[in-house]
Write a protein that binds this ligand. Structure first.
Ligand SMILES: Cc1cc2nc3c(=O)[nH]c(=O)nc-3n(C[C@H](O)[C@H](O)[C@H](O)COP(=O)(O)OP(=O)(O)OC[C@H]3O[C@@H](n4cnc5c(N)ncnc54)[C@H](O)[C@@H]3O)c2cc1C
Length: 428
């Protein structure tokens, strides 16, 4: 990273840590705003930093975890689910640097990386996302597979495939998914289809037993009753066993303990909770119990010591941020849409600060969402309209295309989307 640092430490840096949904949207918005005042780019760099060299489209991870297509080799799948950060920043004033941040010193306005290089910043945006939370449940971290990264999705697919191969004809395969938020719900539905597709190829007639375990009274906590009922009906129809109000108390190599029940598994997947990424735990900013940075309505962080005024130039967005919705005092949910909308506000506020104007406030809205539930079926909410089934599935594809258009060249975006559709539609 040293060469990269030499290129940027000659100007004031607006540093965006994390090239996920929030980080990319923030950089793109800042680039647009800076174009209005090109002279500012003589004084400021827009720098986006990520430990990976790509941006991951998480809403399609469940497709990777369940792809049985002949063209579903990991490299092919990666090409359609990730967008290189260099491609996103090409032709813009944004500089991408690959590096793993290990420390942020808000007093010195510095970020330290794992190769011991240091980057100074004038403005900092924390967009580092989240990590799985295991709530100290014995055995859970050791024996379950999370679904957060591309590698996790490939690991889930290969573990299930291996267990499948080991089964005799006509046996059962037990898959337990802990956590019935959107990720767990989507994955459970898709895994039923995955086993069926493996059966079509091998004719082993293995029976898929997928159990979705949720501690809350119902699946999809936080979603409307209408969405929950429709999702429940769909999951039951395709054969997912739902176990709500059920808390996993322990797991070992072979079984999950839920109240008095011991449920054996062949594959255990954990999507039951996240906490802010570990780096944010060591920054002297005010955080809540899951490690997210508490922000004000302009998305600026608060210092851990309220007498200090060191956090004014530090923003937190997306899964890194804890923004309390004034309407119900609840934190904004950890979704890509929230990250993107918060990113735009943080970018606007940095630009306003530089151009000496008043900041704007972030207002949480009901954003569109799509929950695919096996086959060409999804529940997609846009405004007041809920599209159920095939129409929801079509809309979900269009939402993805629209998103890709917003981050990269239209031609490349369309080509990536079409290739993905070609591979993933075989799942459906
Ligand atoms: C399986 C799954 C399905 C989902 N489906 C949906 C969906 O359908 N709709 C929806 O709205 N939301 C969905 N989400 C949630 C959504 O992905 C997150 O809310 C969103 O990614 C948050 O954006 P972010 O920018 O805060 O973090 P992220 O998008 O996670 O980005 C964080 C970035 O920071 C980088 N990073 C982390 N630590 C470091 C470090 N130390 N140094 C440098 N870089 C670092 C990471 O590599 C990553 O690129 C899903 C999540 C999962 C896991």
């Amino acid at each position: 990273m040293t060469d990269d640092m030499n290129n940027i430490n000659n100007k004031k840096n607006i540093v965006i840590l994390g090239g996920g949904f929030g980080g990319v949207a923030c950089a793109i918005k800042l680039n647009k705003l800076m174009k209005q005042r090109p002279a500012l780019l003589r004084d400021f760099n827009i720098v986006i930093v990520d430990k990976k060299n790509y941006h991951l489209y998480t809403p399609a991870l469940y497709e990777v975890a369940s792809s049985a297509a002949d063209d579903g080799a990991p490299l092919n799948l990666k090409k359609v689910i990730v967008t290189p950060l260099e491609e996103i920043t090409r032709g813009t004033s944004i500089k991408f640097i690959q590096g793993t941040a290990i420390k942020v010193d808000v007093a010195k306005k510095e970020v330290r990386f794992d190769d011991d290089t240091v980057m100074e910043y004038e403005h900092l945006v924390l967009a580092l996302g989240s990590e799985p939370a295991y709530f100290n449940i014995p055995g859970l971290k050791e024996y379950s597979i999370p679904l957060k990264s591309f590698e996790n999705a490939i690991h889930i697919r290969s573990v299930i495939r291996k267990k499948y191969e080991e089964k005799p004809i006509g046996a059962e395969i037990n898959i337990i998914v802990g956590g019935a938020g959107p990720a767990g719900t989507e994955l459970s539905a898709e895994l039923i289809g995955y086993i069926k597709r493996l059966n079509q190829k091998s004719r082993k007639n293995i029976a898929p037993r997928v159990m979705l375990v949720e501690g809350a009274p119902d699946i999809l906590p936080g979603f409307s009753t209408k969405v929950v009922l429709k999702a429940r009906a769909r999951l039951e129809k395709i054969g997912v066993k739902i176990k709500s109000s059920s808390i996993i108390s322990e797991t070992d190599e072979h079984s999950v303990y839920i109240k008095e029940e011991i449920a054996p598994y062949d594959a255990l997947i954990w999507t039951g909770g996240v906490e802010a990424c570990s780096l944010t735990r060591v920054i002297s900013l005010k955080e809540e119990k899951r490690g997210r940075m508490e922000t004000n309505s302009c998305l600026q962080c608060a210092p851990a010591d309220e007498h200090l005024d060191i956090a004014e130039n530090v923003y937190a967005i997306g899964d890194n941020a804890c923004f309390y919705n004034p309407a119900n005092k609840m934190p904004a949910p950890g979704t890509a849409r929230v990250a993107i909308e918060q990113a735009k506000v943080a970018a606007e506020n940095i630009f306003r600060k530089i151009t000496s104007r008043l900041k704007i406030e972030y207002k949480l809205k009901n954003y569109p969402f799509a929950i695919p539930l096996g086959g060409k079926y999804a529940l997609t909410q846009v405004g007041p309209m809920l599209f159920v089934g095939f129409s929801g599935w079509i809309l979900k594809q269009l939402i993805e295309l629209y998103y890709l258009f917003s981050i990269t060249d239209n031609r490349l975006a369309f080509r990536r989307w079409l290739r993905g559709l070609g591979i993933f539609a075989k799942n459906d």
